[in-house]
Design a protein around this ligand. Sequence first.
Ligand code: BG6
Length: 486
Amino acid sequence: IPVAPFVLTVFGATGDLARRKLLPALFQRDFAGQLPAEAVMIGVARRAMTQDAFRALARAAIIEHVPAADGAGPDLDRFLARLHYAAVDAEGEDGWSDLSSKVAAFADRIPVHYLATAPQLFGPICEKLGRFGLSGNDARVVIEKPIGRDLASAIQVNQAIGKVFPEERVYRIDHYLGKETVQNLMALRFANALFEPLWNSAHIDHVQITVAESLGVEGRAGYYDTAGTLRDMVQNHLLQLLCLVAMEPPPSLEADAVRDEKLKVLRALKPIDRHNAAGATVRGQYRAGASAGGAVPGYLDELGSPQSRTETFVAVKAELANWRWAGVPFYLRTGKRLAARVSEIVIGFRPVPHSAFSETAGPILPNQLVIRLQPDEGVKLWLMIKDPGPGGIRLSHVPLDMTFAEAFKVRNPDAYERLILDVVRGDQTLFMRRDEVEAAWRWIDPVLEAWRNMDEPPRPYTAGTWGPSAAIALIERDGRTWQEDG
Ligand code: BG6
């Protein structure tokens, strides 16, 4: 679907996110023929730089991060010709008038401001966008997490943005919502008659959501140490996944219809606080170990400080107080330097009520629906079948397997390719509304407070394993096990 002509300013255009994700995503869409001829981008950063120097930086970023890009080819040249540059001091006054006239030169296009900057700049940048005449003409603003570090600071950030941009023009990115397989979760649930009748506590025993990374903090220890896994991953990505699994079917995929349903899930989360945090959560921190075949240092060594109690792993047993999910635990876990990079959602169904088979048939294992988000995206439905052969009946647990790479022989676009164009289209369905972000913090805050009051450090785990043994105990106490590989 083509999009309308736009002028996109990218604040933080020389930074990591712009180089790794935004510029490559824009290039890919251009390469696919989806950007109108009039679409332009203005890189914005503090340092003085010529337009040519910025184009050279963008060229290098795209060659590094887009596998098929031909650095010298006409496609890349055509894309680079769309790029401009403006040096602006986000906190001071320098450069803003110049930026304003650059954008005004494209007054016939939809303005989009992407703040790929440190979060403390969101408020000041929005204030200047307003003051320098950059917030009119249906302009949209895009921000990245972290939006605050607790409820109070998130409200402050949202208020500062809200003074300049009305909510229907604020796009809060959670890039997990842009992943193909995450959107597919909605298709699976709401475009198939098969699952919905079973999608409740009468038939589902529990849900597991795992987002495991094999990488460590990768040079981001400074930021990471002020955040930790609960803020970095659970407050946003994991809770959003939980919402998509648990929400009621929305009447349409219109943005607010979906977001209203997600909000109800967040509000139904049972509180975890100082009374129950010790039993319902596990914090971990990685020690030296081995990952991807090589020895890797521990978190404290990477940070260069032996004191930190910041968690690099979290497991949580979350529960929802509503009719559909009463008594169904949602086990969430995520961490750095785990045994593999794998994100998946496991829907564990209840066992059959009665077995008609003799003992020699073997055990009847419960059905499982495994939605693999990455890598090897796909869906597996584990079923019991009879082993082939003329003897008596022996049962086996086998997956009905749909691996997307085999089913659809197309490249899986990066989340940002979809999300940036959705902003231009004015479609907020895959973005978080203000009340969602705040509801998520309202649930997270008491967990953080409970941890602060617990006089114990996070539990150590060896890099390259599945996290601290307490995380295994968290689920095994309930007679269940983590599904290690769908
Ligand atoms: C980011 C976190 O939001 O998500 C990172 O800040 C994390 O710490 C990343 O590594 C994971 O994203 P993906 O798309 O690689 O699963």
